[in-house]
Design a protein around this ligand. Structure first.
Ligand SMILES: NC(=O)c1ccc[n+]([C@@H]2O[C@H](COP(=O)([O-])OP(=O)(O)OC[C@H]3O[C@@H](n4cnc5c(N)ncnc54)[C@H](O)[C@@H]3O)[C@@H](O)[C@H]2O)c1
Length: 312
């Protein structure tokens, strides 16, 4: 790991967390960020992520200095040269991502692995213009990337077995939970399930069945707690497949199955009610700043992750 240089492209929400994770695991990390002002604040913001991890005993103060020392930052894509792995975390735009990887192919050696953190764009489409598609793969982190253990590893139609093996091994070595998604499918697994649940939750809200807070309470204190220990399929086995089959036979036909975003969601977006970043979404967020809320949520996740690790 110490001898492997890795490059993260884009120092936004995800790129900073990915860079922190890699450097915490002893990799030399170079970050390429094209926006000058974002670039200047990057080290400070990564340092804050480390401080937060340190306050829960996940990293010591001396390790923070060493980890920060392994991170370099520039706005020059040429600095991705000599990387073993390049992880792209730039905005979710197909043409932008394709053009970036085409440039990277000109810069990097033929054995560099290229990975995209796309939330759901097609791995096959992003890699379509590339010459070395066998070295291209999806590595989908969940926010915050340094804390949430899972990484979806998405195999493109040309991704080689060897690249899948190396990337899976790498994430296991740094104590992530990588899962290989064998086929490039929109939204992969996590976002398909997340969106199916969100579509139903928004529909319940729209129909006036309960408030946003009540719907969230039902999910958090029932499914949410259980889902940490049993996935939806394992839970079906615990409940009994005959029971599930019976409920499915009358309930499925009543579930939300619309194929476009709902009127409520579209209306909110049109009004600029975008959630925490605009001060209003399904909730009002005007009491606390965005940074405070995110820090508080991460602060709740960190000790939980520590406890889960202790449980093995
Ligand atoms: N935010 C999330 O919760 C989340 C979760 C999983 C996956 N993703 C995916 O990760 C990717 C990044 O998302 P984000 O939320 O970090 O975005 P962001 O907007 O916070 O950050 C993107 C950064 O990339 C920089 N950038 C743009 N073009 C660049 C280029 N050519 N070279 C270098 N830097 C460039 C921008 O200046 C910006 O700082 C997207 O594909 C997104 O769908 C996001």
């Amino acid at each position: 790991m110490e001898n492997k240089k890795m490059t993260v492209i884009g120092a936004g929400t995800m790129g900073r967390g990915i860079a922190q994770l890699l450097s915490q695991n002893h990799a030399s990390v170079h970050i390429v960020e094209q926006n000058r002002s974002a670039l200047e604040g990057t080290k400070q913001r990564i340092s804050e992520l480390f401080e937060s991890a340190s306050s829960y005993g996940l990293i010591s103060e001396s390790e923070i200095d060493e980890a920060l020392g392994r991170i370099t930052i520039s706005d020059n894509l040429e600095d991705a040269k000599h990387s073993w792995l390049v992880i792209e975390a730039i905005p979710e735009n197909l043409a932008l991502k394709q053009s970036l990887f085409q440039s990277l192919e000109e810069i990097c050696a033929s054995d560099t692995i290229f990975a995209t953190n796309t939330s759901g764009l097609s791995i096959n489409q992003i890699s379509e213009p590339l010459k070395r598609r066998e070295r291209f793969i999806g590595t989908h982190f969940f926010m915050p990337a340094d804390i949430i253990p899972l990484v979806e590893i998405i195999r493109g139609e040309e991704t080689s077995d060897e690249v899948c093996r190396q990337v899976m091994k790498f994430f296991k070595d740094i104590h992530k939970e990588p899962v290989l998604i064998r086929k490039d499918i929109p939204g992969f697994i996590g976002n398909r399930i997340q969106h199916a649940m969100a579509r139903e939750a928004i529909s319940l809200l729209e129909a006036g069945i309960a408030t946003a807070e009540e719907i969230d309470t039902v999910v958090r204190w029932s499914l949410g707690v259980r889902l940490l220990f049993t996935g939806p399929l394992e839970q079906r086995d615990l409940n009994g497949l005959d029971v599930h089959h019976h409920i499915a036979s009358y309930l499925y036909k009543d579930l939300e199955n619309r194929t476009e975003p709902s009127e409520l969601l579209s209306e909110k977006v049109q009004k600029g009610e975008l959630g925490i970043k605009s001060g209003k979404g399904f909730y009002d967020w005007d009491q606390e700043s965005q940074a405070d809320v995110l820090q508080k949520k991460n602060g709740q996740l960190l000790p939980l992750m520590k406890w889960l690790r202790q449980q093995g």
